[in-house]
Design a protein around this ligand. Structure first.
Ligand code: HEM
Length: 367
């Protein structure tokens, strides 16, 4: 009898372990071509690609905007499109997200997909598809993405734990490790700075008064510092100019390894970008990427890994990427109790309209 009980307990423990490992990583739920056959003959990825290509044709800076959006979505509570939710204190309102762009392209892609196949494709997957297309249109090669994500139900500015540009290499390694990303993943993903721009205010200290020394950052090439000082004057003005993150003018909008060559030549813009070329934990890899031809493939793999970050919380397929489908009766979070603010539009008190919203939007909800 005792043996039987011990056997049953062991079985239960094994099932528990299996469930725990499944809920801990939703990676297994994601798959390449998840939407194949889910929208009849329509090719969901091609529909999104068409929208992104049209926009890229008019404005290639949409590529860095989308690339950054994926990082800011996935790094905070996993890739759940929480960055897209409107709301008084949603993630969008957190300082690092104030300059995130491209929400309108995601809306356009979502509208195009919904018109053909309503209630099936998540906004979280659209961010991943659009970013892959943007990288490919910018010369970065086309990597295969996994899909099958759900859209999250919570978005709070207080959840935003994105690293600051002056973060040390050590602290950045720790921050990435907390998300399950290795040092190599971090160095490769920072290659995202091969395109796009930074505002002067985010690296101004490096030009004039680095770490309160009254002098520029000694790790920056003096001729670059001098050129940047003319774009980024020291006096306080209302204008916050921008400069390319990849200082090679021939490659500042191409996804390639030129960024690594620039940082090796002490021509990094952000402090963290420069430091990965100097720190003993990362400089060998920076040198290897700068000297190799497989950056695109390795960057693609790192983007897929970034795209696999999930938080295991419940989700749905949103109708609009900017709001959750229903006003669910969830208890307010600690943050909401403290601030009295609701994190996302769906949680604003709608009183009697809750039930109506539920029935109207039920089709789109799949949790
Ligand atoms: C330690 C990690 C990181 C830090 C501290 C950081 C910081 C920053 C900062 C300060 C900017 C300039 C924002 C502005 O001026 O408005 C920026 C821009 C950008 N970041 Fe990062 N970043 C990090 C990692 C990443 C990753 C992993 C990616 C993508 C894989 C990425 C992609 C981009 C892109 C593409 C831009 C340019 C955006 C545009 O032109 O609109 N960043 N980043």
């Amino acid at each position: 009898m005792a043996m039987l009980r011990a056997g049953a307990a062991l079985q239960l423990a094994l099932i528990g372990l299996m469930l725990a490992s499944l809920s801990g990583s939703c990676h297994s739920a994601l798959q390449v071509g998840f939407y194949n056959g889910k929208c009849g003959v329509a090719d969901v990825e091609a529909i999104v690609a068409g929208v992104v290509a049209a926009r890229f044709g008019k404005d290639p800076t949409i590529a860095p905007a989308l690339l950054r959006m994926q990082f800011h979505d996935c790094f905070v509570t996993g890739c759940d499109a929480s960055i897209l939710l409107d709301g008084k204190s949603s993630e969008k309102t957190a300082p690092p997200n104030l300059s995130v762009r491209g929400y309108d392209v995601i809306d356009a892609a979502k509208a195009a997909v919904e018109a053909i196949c309503p209630g099936v494709v998540s906004c979280a997957d659209i961010i991943i598809m659009a970013t892959r297309d943007a990288v490919s249109l910018s010369g970065g090669g086309r990597y295969k993405i996994e899909t099958g994500r759900k859209d999250g139900l919570v978005s709070l500015a207080s959840n935003v734990d994105l690293p600051a540009p002056s973060i040390s290499v050590n602290d950045s390694i720790t921050a990435f490790a907390r998300k399950g990303l290795t040092v190599s993943d971090m160095v490769l993903l920072l290659g995202g700075h091969t395109i796009g721009v930074a505002h002067c205010s985010l690296f101004q200290d490096r030009l004039y008064n680095f770490q309160n020394t009254g002098k520029p950052d000694p790790t920056m090439d003096p001729s670059l510092a001098s050129a940047l000082r003319s774009t980024c004057p020291n006096q306080q003005t209302s204008v916050d100019n921008i400069v390319n993150l990849d200082q090679n003018p021939a490659s500042s909008s191409i996804v390639d390894n030129s960024f690594y060559k620039q940082i090796l030549a002490r021509r990094g813009i952000l402090q963290i970008d420069q430091e990965i070329a100097l720190d003993k934990q990362t400089k060998d890899l920076v040198g290897a990427i700068a000297g190799s031809f497989d950056f695109s493939a390795r960057f693609g793999q790192a983007m897929v890994k970034l795209g696999a970050l999930q938080n295991g919380s419940p989700g749905e397929i949103r109708q609009s990427c900017r709001a959750i489908n229903t006003a669910r009766k969830l208890p307010p979070s600690k943050e909401e109790q403290r601030t009295g603010q609701m994190g996302w539009t769906g949680r604003t008190r709608r009183g009697g309209s809750d039930l109506r919203a539920l029935s109207i939007h039920k089709r789109g909800s799949s949790d």
